[in-house]
Write a new protein. Structure first.
Lengths: 71, 457
């Protein structure tokens, strides 16, 4: 969220430099609203694999000397 | 390609070989010749040996100079902050420096956001001791303070002198003649930056390494005078604001932050076997509160009017042949907010931008001034937004996260409870919000500054 906020500030500054105050205000409002709607929690959970990824299948237990990889 | 390799490939790499005269630099390395790319002033250097010449002091100054050489010689990529530096450097005691390498790397990496690697080798020839000079220094100094022509520096030196008297030693960190004049009136000049750095091309202006230079000079001054306290005069907005409000891909600015000076303490302690302590007496106060207290309680308070906050050169900010302060960069805007908050006034001729109440940016400048208007407008926007974003920090979700993180860092650095750090930080930010709001309101609704201060709408 902080990284996104940094980007918003950069865009705001850019618009003040290159465009009008009124347009900057509109863009800033849209950016702020957009950031509020982003599901960052879900994204973070997915990245951290907190229950969002499928369980890995269990390995077969090998017991004998000849139980290796099939040739 | 692994993540680590990918990150590495995005970072520009600079390999710098620092070498003595008569020694050939390695092939594939950027040469940094002592005496050419880093030039020491014998006279200035002499102020570092009033007791006994210590080669380790020279080496520490050389390391600081080389760090600046690297910082200015390698441009940062447009969308990627990190750079990588490999530095070969000759020192008098390589074994001592190898033991310090970890602390040096930590301080520099945290400060600049870059990756640093040092290889220390033995010097071919020892640096000769500069001619000793007689210095009249107050005996038994307890604290040193970085002294410049800035407002915080003047005010905090005055405030600290009340309790420390002549146990407070001022250390000049500027390199300009005007600094010398202002120091002479105090009669306590210890040392200045004793070297100049001259890279083949100066291509990077972010200058984060300046914090390392100033902390090194302050630390060495404290070591040489056996002072155990180093006073950092920065008030809350100046010390913490740049780390709280980073923009775009820029790394947080920790130049005057306790988290950085904490790492500098570890570095200086490992290098000199001496434990200095950086103190921030005005960390929890706004600059306005600092100036007000200075004016209310100190005898030499009227000197605040002679201070400068603007970093711009005479070429950029002169009107009718007289140098002014621009009045619209971040430093000047904070100064004007500060003066307003302290209930003081300045002559309009202090600044190029005499009138901030003007409806249009160009109309605010002194009559006849038409230089660099485009660049000045960009400085003005950046300065206004910085103070406005800092004022708005407590009222946004990302801002609250930044405050929590900052409180956590400060609690660790200052060894205080996190709740305490958060409360003090919150108070300072709240005070800034009030001061900024009051300042912008005083300019009127039609002011071009009010147009940019979105937080107050």
């Amino acid at each position: 969220m902080q990284r996104a906020e940094r980007g918003n500030k950069q865009v705001e500054e850019h618009y003040y430099r290159k465009s009008s105050e009124a347009r900057t205000e509109k863009v800033r409002e849209r950016l702020v609203n957009g950031l509020k709607k982003v599901a960052l929690d879900g994204l973070a959970r997915q990245h951290l694999s907190n229950g969002a990824t499928p369980q890995t299948s269990r390995s077969n237990k090998q017991t004998g000397l000849d139980d290796g990889v099939q040739l | 390609m692994g993540k680590a390799q990918r990150a590495e490939s995005l970072s520009p790499l600079l390999r710098v070989h620092v070498h003595e005269p008569g020694v050939k630099p390695g092939s594939g390395w950027v040469p940094c010749k002592i005496g050419e790319h880093v030039r020491f002033s014998t006279e200035e250097l002499a102020s570092y040996c009033f007791a006994e010449w210590e080669p380790v002091v020279f080496d520490a100054l050389l390391v600081a100079a080389v760090v600046e050489f690297c910082d200015r010689s390698q441009r940062r990529a447009t969308h990627h902050w990190v750079r990588e530096f490999h530095v070969r450097i000759p020192v008098h005691e390589p074994r001592r420096w190898e033991q310090v390498g970890g602390a040096l790397h930590e301080a520099l990496s945290f400060l600049t956001g870059d990756r640093w690697a040092f290889e220390f080798s033995a010097r071919k020839k020892a640096e000769p001791s500069p001619m000793q000079r007689s210095f009249v220094l107050p005996s038994g100094s307890r604290a040193v303070i970085a002294f410049s022509e800035g407002l915080d520096s003047r005010a905090v030196a005055g405030l600290m002198q009340q309790s420390l008297g002549d146990k407070l030693l001022r250390v000049r960190l500027g390199a300009k003649a005007t600094d010398l004049d202002s120091m002479a009136s105090y009669g306590q000049l210890l040392a200045s930056v004793p070297y100049g750095v001259h890279p083949q091309a100066s291509v990077e202006s972010s200058a984060r390494a300046r914090g390392f230079k100033f902390a090194t000079i302050s630390g060495l001054s404290a070591y040489l005078t056996t002072a155990d306290r180093i006073i950092v005069p920065e008030s809350g907005q100046g010390a913490l604001g740049p780390a709280l409000i980073p923009v775009g891909q820029a790394y947080e600015d920790y130049r005057n932050h306790p988290a950085f000076t904490d790492l500098m303490e570890a570095y200086l302690s490992a290098l000199l076997n001496y434990q200095p302590h950086f103190e921030f007496p005005r960390l929890w106060y706004t600059k306005g509160e600092t100036l007000k207290e200075f004016v209310d309680t100190c005898k030499d308070a009227q000197t605040w009017e002679q201070t400068r906050s603007c970093w711009q050169s005479a070429r950029q900010v002169s009107v009718d042949g007289r140098k002014r302060q621009c009045g619209i960069c971040a430093a000047c805007m904070l100064r004007r907010q500060t003066v307003h908050a302290a209930g003081l006034t300045e002559a309009k001729e202090t600044y190029v931008w005499e009138n901030l109440a003007a409806a249009k940016f160009e109309q605010g400048a002194a009559k006849g001034f038409d230089l660099y208007l485009h660049a000045q407008r960009e400085y003005a926007i950046a300065g206004t937004l910085h103070l406005d974003h800092l004022a708005a920090l407590r009222s946004s979700a990302p801002g609250c996260i930044a405050i929590d993180l900052c409180a956590f860092q400060l609690a660790r650095s200052l060894r205080i409870p996190e709740a305490d750090a958060k409360a003090k930080l919150g108070r300072m930010l709240s005070k800034h919000e009030t001061e900024w709001g009051s300042f912008v309101k005083s300019l009127g609704k039609r002011s071009f500054i009010a147009d940019w201060a979105a937080h107050l709408r």
